[in-house]
Design a binder for this molecule. Structure first.
Ligand code: SF4
Ligand code: SF4
Length: 97
């Protein structure tokens, strides 16, 4: 799964390092190894590896991460096909994003 790449330079992933408490949850939950802990703070080590699944933001206890659904969110992509881009949203129950 870590070898799976998406479009370069388009991820909406943002990390507010000043809020990070260094718990390491983002590093644990990210399926693509996007985060790494350095000096007890999370850093984005591979932003182009992000598929915008939302797991890191959902699980960060300090709300230090923001990401909106996009290129890699399967639920969002399917909804744009079915409902159109305006009505599509990420975060469906059981989607993990
Ligand atoms: S989950 Fe949040 S608080 Fe924990 S290391 Fe990652 S960014 Fe920092
Ligand atoms: S949104 Fe998903 S793929 Fe992107 S950094 Fe967070 S956990 Fe990793």
């Amino acid at each position: 799964m870590k070898d799976f790449r998406y479009l370069e330079g388009v991820t909406t992933l943002e990390l507010k390092e000043e809020k990070c408490v260094g718990c390491g949850v983002c590093e644990t939950v990210c399926p693509h190894g996007v985060f790494r802990l350095e000096n007890k703070k999370a850093v984005i080590a591979d932003s182009d590896g992000c598929m915008e699944c939302g797991s890191c933001a959902l699980n960060c206890p300090a709300s230090a991460i923001q990401v909106t659904p996009g290129v890699g969110c399967a639920a969002y992509i399917i909804q744009t096909w079915v409902k159109g881009k305006e009505a599509a949203a990420c975060g469906g129950e059981g989607t993990g994003c």
